[in-house]
Design a protein around this ligand. Structure first.
Ligand code: G3P
Ligand code: CA
Length: 260
């Protein structure tokens, strides 16, 4: 992972591939994560949810409708919520064909499979726990999975984030050594309290101003902003001093290094 020091230089801002290189490969699949590595990303982002039988799987939406062929595999059972399906049912789904025929039969990966598959890449992981209120106890199960993968922990390669800040307080108690990111845009007055357990504030880029970046840095935290695919937006956010850029197009961010 590149240095996390704030800088106005594209070569030192951390590049995090949003759901993998998801502009070019199906989101939240190993194919998208491997492509991100090939496009010069420093980290890859993913969304973790849980099946009915408590397997940790990668999926952004709380249903599998948009990014799998569930309609064909389980006709008439709409809306196919992640938490209503067993792992063996999820495993029957094709999470690649909706994106393109090159990705046919790409499976919905588990978190454990992803950690194994991406271990050798050297990339960092920005792990979002998605909709934790739907999966009571998911924080402990994610922490257990990370403990089963000590190379990721000892290498300081994982940041855990969520829109649910209470869930992140719980996760911090579970595994204090893992940095925490808070998705959203807290008010300046909230930052001091949030800094007691969080390491990153991760807002949408429309909310980011130079003074907001300074306020976060003043509290000793970093700021990763999302989701930027346009080079001019990337340059502007980098000039504001953000520490990380979350993008569907890591190649565009990599190419900024080469262009003034
Ligand atoms: O990492 C930022 C981003 O993933 C948050 O939004 O909806 O894509 O999970 P979303
Ligand atoms: Ca996400």
């Amino acid at each position: 992972v590149a240095t996390t020091t704030a800088a106005a230089d594209p070569s030192v801002v951390v590049s995090a591939a949003h759901r993998g290189a998801s502009a070019y490969a199906p989101e939240n699949t190993i194919a998208a994560f491997k492509l991100a590595a090939g496009q010069g990303a420093d980290m890859f982002e993913l969304d973790v949810q849980e099946t009915r039988d408590h397997e940790l799987v990668l999926m952004h939406d709380t249903t599998v409708s948009r990014t799998t062929d569930a309609e064909t595999v389980f006709p008439g059972q709409s809306p196919w919520k992640v938490g209503d399906l067993t792992f063996s049912q999820i495993r029957r789904l094709d999470a690649g064909s909706w994106f393109g025929s090159d990705f046919r039969n790409e499976p919905v990966p588990t978190l454990g499979e992803t950690l194994s598959a991406m271990q050798a890449s050297g990339l960092g992981l920005l792990l979002e726990i998605k909709a934790p209120h739907l999966y009571p106890g998911i924080e402990a199960r994610v922490a257990d999975e990370l403990r089963r993968n000590p190379l990721w922990l000892s290498g300081n390669r994982v940041v855990v984030q969520s829109f649910d800040w209470d869930s992140m307080r719980v996760f911090h108690e579970e595994l204090p050594q893992v940095p925490i990111g808070l998705l959203g845009t807290p008010r300046i007055e909230e930052l001091d309290d949030l800094a007691t357990f969080a390491d990153e504030i991760n807002p949408p880029y429309a909310d980011v101003t130079p003074s907001y970046v300074r306020s976060i840095h003043d509290e000793g935290m970093q700021i990763f902003t999302w989701t930027l695919d346009d080079p001019d937006d990337m340059r502007r956010m980098i000039s504001y001093g953000v520490d990380g850029v979350i993008t569907n197009k890591p190649d565009v961010l990599s190419d900024l290094d080469a262009t003034p």
